[in-house]
Design a protein. Structure first.
Length: 138
């Protein structure tokens, strides 16, 4: 079967078309593997996966004033966040929101580091003749 192992889309016909377009644009168009030729990340290491990537850069100000675009994006976000939520889902997050929240938290509280990493860093510092790591930790 030529598409064995391909991630199947959801969302009916629209989802299928979106999945097909992604495979076409980031696989066939870029010269990468497509349509079931992408090797499994976990089970097939016989050769590289040859995963394709395609990026778009769009200047909205070529189509409308930037202030109009920003207002439209704010309205778009408002509409998405106002959609009904699935059971157990408190909030709809837009792409980048979880990362922005984590960044803000890390900037305010620091980056958590596990005890084994701290121990490894302390050993390296000692080996290099650097001051004890505890002087830099709160």
């Amino acid at each position: 079967m030529p598409f064995e192992g391909v991630c199947l889309p959801f969302g009916g016909v629209k989802g299928s078309v979106l999945g097909t377009m992604m495979d076409l644009m980031s696989g066939a168009l870029t010269g990468a593997n497509f349509g079931g030729e992408v090797k499994s990340l976990y089970f097939d290491h016989s050769e590289p996966q040859n995963v394709g990537h395609l990026f778009f850069a769009i200047r909205p100000d070529l189509f409308m004033a930037m202030t109009d675009f920003e207002a439209r994006m704010e309205e778009f976000n408002r509409r998405i966040k106002a959609l009904p939520r699935a059971a157990g889902c408190d909030e709809i997050l837009m792409p980048g929101e979880p990362e922005a929240r984590t960044e803000a938290k890390r900037r305010a509280n620091g980056i958590p580091v596990t005890d084994n990493v701290v121990a490894d860093l302390a050993k390296i510092a000692e080996k290099r003749g650097l001051p004890p790591l505890a002087e830099h930790l709160e």
